[in-house]
Design a binder for this molecule. Structure first.
Ligand code: MN
Length: 335
């Protein structure tokens, strides 16, 4: 059980807040930022939200005030000395803020992490974290419920619902507990329209995404007797389909839909390196696998991002280590 008192103290006593999250933010990252923004706004605090990445088009509806700014060193440098609190949501490693990292680490502001990933880095003053939570949005909900610091308005309920819905894979992953459904029910009572939130995130995609998905599905390959599925997208595919990195969000799930597959790997070539998304079922821990290559995340969902190296230098090695992990059997820690 998380002790929310330190966070309540900071929220009550802080005056000038900076909120940020990880590179390529998902709906849990953006939803948690916006929920916090409306909480702090209701308490008349000064708030800036600054992210390294721009907000994906299908998440912009979560930011009705257009509060999120994209990081620009010239514009934001002074902010890091002006604010008295920096809150990092859905973030376990400061390097996941990319070029913001030196500014964050150099700032004298009080640093808070609100997160549910494994192995948080020690760069914080207060860690509000628990890996058993479905999402960071879920932690923020509990914070509100426990402390009653402000009522849960629809403005706060919508981004929290989006965070929980997406991080549970629309209420199907294994942290979809009765409690998660009770929270969702409460958020619906407050006024969240679940059809509308789902549609805006998943059913308003650009056609280019589906052209690119075709390339991804075509590339899918099975290894190790069919229990490992690998999908790959190259820069060439992005260019030819006129698609963006964010269009690949969710492609990994198609690897997990294949019978017998227990681990899925999605490789995306980037302009300055590559990223790999790792997913697993049950007790197979892709978090440990990702950690071998400097990545991290959760037991069943992790990521690796490597800059200044070509994808081919690492891809075979990552597949090799995945097969070793699968053949070793279940994660020894879980048994
Ligand atoms: Mn999350």
């Amino acid at each position: 059980m998380i002790n929310f008192e330190p966070l309540a103290d900071v929220v009550n006593n802080g005056k000038n807040f900076l909120i940020t999250t990880h590179v390529n933010p998902d709906a849990d990252a953006i939803g948690s930022e916006i929920a916090l923004y409306f909480i702090l706004k209701s308490l008349q605090k000064k708030i800036n939200i600054v992210n390294y990445s721009s907000t994906p088009y299908y998440l912009q509806f979560l930011d009705p005030d257009n509060a999120i700014q994209q990081f620009n060193p010239e514009k934001h440098e002074s902010l890091f000395s002006e604010v008295d609190v920096i809150i990092h949501v859905d973030l376990n490693r400061c390097s996941r803020t990319v070029k913001m990292e030196p500014y964050i680490k150099g700032s004298k502001a009080l640093k808070i992490i609100i997160d549910h990933h494994e192995d948080p880095e020690d760069f914080h003053d207060h860690l509000i974290a628990d890996t058993s939570y479905s999402s960071t949005g879920h932690i923020i909900y509990d914070f509100l419920e426990k402390t009653k610091i402000t009522p849960i308005s629809p403005d706060i309920a919508i981004p929290i619902y989006a965070a929980i819905m997406t991080d549970t894979g629309s209420f199907k992953y294994d942290r979809t507990t009765p409690r998660v459904h009770r929270i969702a029910a409460h958020l619906l009572e407050i006024g969240v329209n679940p059809t509308d939130v789902y549609r805006q995130i998943y059913d308003e995609s650009k056609f280019t995404k589906y052209k690119l998905l075709g390339r991804g599905l075509e590339s899918m390959t099975l290894f190790n007797d069919g229990n490992l599925a690998v999908m790959t997208i190259y820069q060439k595919d992005l260019a030819e389909c006129d698609a963006l990195e964010t269009d690949t969000d969710g492609f990994i799930n198609f690897c997990m839909g294949v019978e017998k597959v227990v681990v899925g790997l999605f490789f995306l070539e980037l302009e300055d390196g590559f990223k790999a998304s790792l997913r697993s079922k049950g007790n197979y821990s892709v978090h440990k696998l990702a950690a071998l290559f400097g990545g991290g995340g959760h037991r069943n969902a992790s990521g690796i991002r490597i800059r200044n190296h070509k994808m081919y230098e690492f891809k075979d090695k990552i597949i090799e280590e995945t097969i070793i992990m699968i053949n070793k059997g279940y994660d020894e820690v879980q048994n």
